[in-house]
Design a protein around this ligand. Structure first.
Ligand SMILES: N[C@@H](CCC(=O)N[C@@H](CS)C(=O)NCC(=O)O)C(=O)O
Length: 233
């Protein structure tokens, strides 16, 4: 199960960039590289220039390793990614992992520095999940063969196909947002952009193309794809 790409952070930096200590801190990320949710974490780490400060461990999702007892003990939801800290603490859910990364490593904030920014980023990232990433996920698991018959034990094709329309509506919504702002929240790249970008990665995977009329969304995507954190995720 081990596929170690990088190792150990020796210095723990605060968001202000000051050194808080020299403790040996090993963060492990359980993931399946290239899948949309793990990509969210790789992008967040890339934005913080911290990808070399964690150990990536591959969980073989196509083979069902994420549903085996050893992994379910880490995350009872049976999904990747999961962050494991030195003391054995397990953090699942991309938003929670991103919050942690954002506060442990220096660099521009991904989750907002003021109460209003934080609230807006959380609201919009949740919309990116609810309007796009989750409908695409439901379409994949219900209206396509998904992860195959061994893992897809219940499928509702009609409901899955309905999610395709919801995802298209979500793209139209974000096109409108991005016709007014440079990024999903105002003019700063944030966790909300990461979630939307991952939703579009997933849409590509299920062959759900962005409508050509969504010009602002297409232009935003091209711009975000050029960020170093995204280019190497
Ligand atoms: N809400 C979770 C979603 C995680 C998720 O669905 N991950 C996918 C990979 S992109 C997964 O593990 N899927 C396996 C499955 O559904 O069986 C998060 O934010 O981390």
């Amino acid at each position: 199960m081990r596929n170690i790409a990088a190792n150990s952070a020796k210095t723990w930096l605060t968001t202000e960039g000051t050194t808080e200590g020299t403790m040996e801190m090993i963060m492990k990320i359980y993931e399946y590289r290239g899948f949309p949710n793990p990509s969210r974490i790789r992008i967040a780490l890339g934005e913080k220039h911290a990808a070399d400060k964690v150990e990536f461990i591959t969980v073989d999702v196509p083979k069902g390793e994420h549903k085996e007892p050893a992994f379910l003990a880490k995350n009872p939801s049976g999904v990747v990614p999961v962050l494991e800290l030195d003391d054995g603490t397990m953090i699942a859910e991309c938003t929670a992992i991103t919050e942690y990364i954002d506060h442990v490593f220096a660099g521009p904030s991904l989750t907002g520095s003021t109460p209003i920014q934080r609230a807006k980023i959380h609201m919009m990232q949740r919309r990116a999940e609810a309007y796009l990433l989750e409908p695409v996920n439901a379409y994949f698991h219900h209206a396509t063969p998904g992860l195959g018959p061994r893992l897809e034990t219940y499928q509702n094709k009609e409901w899955g196909e309905k999610q395709y329309e919801r995802a298209i509506d979500g793209m139209r919504y974000f096109d409108k947002v991005l016709s007014q702002n440079a990024y999903v929240v105002d003019d700063e790249f944030s966790m909300a952009d990461i979630t939307l970008f991952a939703g579009l990665l997933y849409a590509d995977f299920v062959k759900l193309a962005i409508l050509t009329e969504c010009k602002a969304l297409l232009a935003w995507r091209q711009k975000v794809a050029q960020r170093p954190s995204v280019a190497c995720c």
